[in-house]
Write a protein that binds this ligand. Structure first.
Ligand code: TXA
Ligand code: MG
Length: 318
């Protein structure tokens, strides 16, 4: 049965909340990407997420809550974690923290770890859904495992339309790349995944931050598996000149002549605009008539780190 794709009205959000409470899957917008949500306190509901995404392994999921008070009921916060939450919640930051034994969270949401990744999303629809459901919602990006994350409801329908009951549509996501994941369980904070909150911003609170190398310790952060976020077409990074039949993703005002098609991540060279356009444009250029998608070099600073992280994974050998 194909999913209902409906505008995120009050009534639709109420229906979504009832489905979540009944153990069903609902796709909903956040400011980063669309999420595939399930009741984080139900093992069966969380297991449905893995089945729908065809995730090969049980990788831990981000648990979404409405505010810091709810988060503190699920995990142990130290002063450093509270400070991060006060600065960046609601927003695109996920904190990996020691999970409280009495949290009531499904073990599968943490994939058997004694930690949990928590996030308070800023999107109004996500907030209303969390409050209406009255429980934490586990939600990975609403795409099939390994593929490009969805930043519109139509992307979700294309990826998972036959595997989710309801898709709440609230237009394109404003941030466009996933949340930053930071591990605060050790003495020094470790960046597990660059994302919507930049390393520069986090350094203001934490000082210098260790970054976990891609591929290393992969099960701890599957978003860091080498091949991920991948379109069907091969991706060629740091492209300067065209090769036959290639499409081109440009950053800045100009693109070299000779590409079969060109899209501009941001003509003004704005990294936030580029992040918001990234996944939708990768999808748009992922068409059989192109031999590959060539991408211009993106600066490795601010949101450029998250963009380059996703591009490198999308280009990694499959
Ligand atoms: O922006 C986002 O974060 C989106 C929206 C829907 O909120 N969600 C998302 O979830 O990207 P997902 O499942 O695609 O990515 C979760 C990331 C993975 O890299 C995972 O390894 C890491 O968070 N993660 C989750 N729980 C963890 C834990 N307990 N320890 C270490 N890493 C964890
Ligand atoms: Mg994902």
């Amino acid at each position: 049965m194909p999913a209902d794709l409906v505008p995120a009205t009050e009534e639709a959000i109420e229906r979504a909340a009832r489905l979540i409470r009944g153990g069903e899957l609902v796709a909903f917008p956040t400011e980063t990407v669309y999420g595939l949500g399930a009741d984080a306190t139900s093992e069966v509901a969380v297991a449905r997420i893995f089945a729908a995404k065809r995730r090969p392994r049980f990788n831990p999921l981000i648990v979404h809550v409405a505010d810091l008070a709810e988060a503190e009921a699920l995990a142990r916060f130290d002063e450093r974690a509270r400070e991060a939450a006060r600065h960046y919640w609601p927003g695109p930051l996920s904190l990996v923290l020691p999970r409280r034994p009495e949290s009531g969270l499904a073990l599968l949401a943490s994939a058997g770890l004694d930690t949990v990744a928590l996030r308070v999303p800023a999107h109004d629809v996500a907030q209303r859904l969390l409050r209406a459901a009255g429980r934490p919602i586990a939600a990975p990006s609403a795409n099939r495992s390994g593929r490009v994350s969805p930043t519109t409801a139509a992307h979700v329908a294309a990826e998972l339309g036959d595997r989710v009951r309801l898709i709440l549509d609230a237009g394109p996501c404003s941030v466009g790349v996933e949340s930053t994941v930071i591990d605060l369980t050790g003495r020094a904070p470790v960046l597990l995944r660059p994302g919507g909150v930049t390393l520069e911003e986090l350094s203001v609170i934490f000082g210098p931050i260790e970054t976990a190398a891609a591929g290393e310790d992969a099960p701890r952060a599957p978003g860091r598996l080498p091949s991920h976020y991948a379109p069907e077409r091969p991706l060629r990074l740091d492209a300067v000149d065209p090769r036959p039949g290639e499409a081109f993703l440009a950053f800045g005002p100009e693109a070299p002549p000779g590409f079969a098609e060109v899209l501009f991540l941001s003509r003004s060279g704005d990294l936030a605009e580029a992040a918001a356009n990234l996944f939708a444009m990768l999808r748009q250029l992922d068409r059989p008539q192109f031999t590959a998608i060539a991408v211009m070099r993106i600066p490795e600073s601010g949101l450029g780190r998250a963009i380059n992280d996703r591009l490198r994974r999308a280009a990694a050998p499959r």
